[in-house]
Design a protein around this ligand. Structure first.
Ligand code: 15L
Length: 277
């Protein structure tokens, strides 16, 4: 099977990763229901429809998910923000997604993040079952999301794949991304497999390309039949020495997110890090 039998709902469709997924999956012939709080900026591909909705609106999310086979949850805040800003889209919104998945018996592919484990040191290779060490409110909300998915699996049998995405950008731009980079094609193939794999249960996959400097090891990629094709290694020459100079950022896997508002003794204040606003 290369095309899901029923439509697939994609949240966060209007921003970077959502737009990549839309293009790739529509080309593969998938029927997509797209949603975001902001308008979809591209021409709608055939087989796709778009409805503007707020993740805080549970009724809208339930309606959007009606008859769907899977929900690709890429919506919500995608950077570090104050708690009150993260709360609505990333916590309440996630609950709406899981309630919709429960009602539809749909699988959830959750765009989690390396910021769930950001305060592990870079020298420490991690497996999927490592301790969570979120590096801010954004990472904390992603960690809560993984726990929520776990609860919906244990209690309701809702399947989930948690993608702990590293840095999914067109090209790696600093030394850290030689470890964390996930190319767009590798991301799209990964999401395709998350939906098409026969049975997944509730699993974690590190969202990174085949980078020799990776921080991450074991995960459930064999269960879904995915392996990355690309590698940040090809950029190593041009990124040698491209470091921030900030010891907190360079010490931990979460990089700049760890350094933001870092307040431990011997640490740096935001002013030291970023200058006066
Ligand atoms: C993420 O989770 C963010 O959404 C993205 O903006 C990047 O900062 C990325 O992690 C990263 O760690 O590079």
């Amino acid at each position: 099977m290369t095309v899901p039998a029923k439509p697939v709902l994609l949240t966060g469709a209007s921003v970077a990763l959502g737009r990549q997924l839309t293009r790739w999956l529509a080309e593969a012939g998938w029927t997509l229901r797209l949603t975001d709080i902001v308008p979809f900026p591209d021409r709608l591909p055939s087989g796709a429809s778009f409805v503007r909705a707020d993740l805080n609106d549970g009724v809208a999310i339930l309606r959007l998910a009606e008859g769907c086979e899977a929900i690709l949850h890429f919506g919500g805040i995608s950077v570090e923000r104050p708690f009150e800003e993260v709360l609505g889209p990333n916590i309440r919104g996630l609950y709406h997604v899981y309630e919709a998945a429960r009602r539809e018996r749909a699988r959830v592919v959750f765009a989690s993040s390396n910021h769930t484990i950001g305060f592990h040191e870079r020298t420490e290779p991690l497996d999927h079952d490592c301790d969570m060490r979120p590096d801010g409110y954004y990472g904390l909300a992603k960690a809560y999301g993984e726990l929520m998915g776990r609860m919906y699996w244990d209690k309701h049998g809702v399947e989930s794949v948690f993608l702990r995405i590293g840095s999914s950008v067109p090209e790696p731009i600093n030394h850290r991304m030689l470890s964390t980079w996930l190319s767009y094609p590798d991301l799209c193939r990964l999401v395709e497999r998350c939906v098409l794999a026969e049975r997944v249960g509730c699993v974690v996959i590190w969202g990174a390309s085949d980078n020799s400097r990776t921080f991450w090891r074991k995960d459930a990629r064999a269960t879904i039949g995915w392996a990355p094709h690309d590698s940040a290694d090809t950029f190593a020459g041009q990124l040698a020495g491209k470091v921030s100079g900030n010891p907190v950022e360079e010490r931990y896997q979460g990089g700049p997110f760890c350094a933001m508002e870092y307040g431990r003794k011997g640490g740096f204040s935001p002013k030291d890090l970023f200058g006066d606003p």
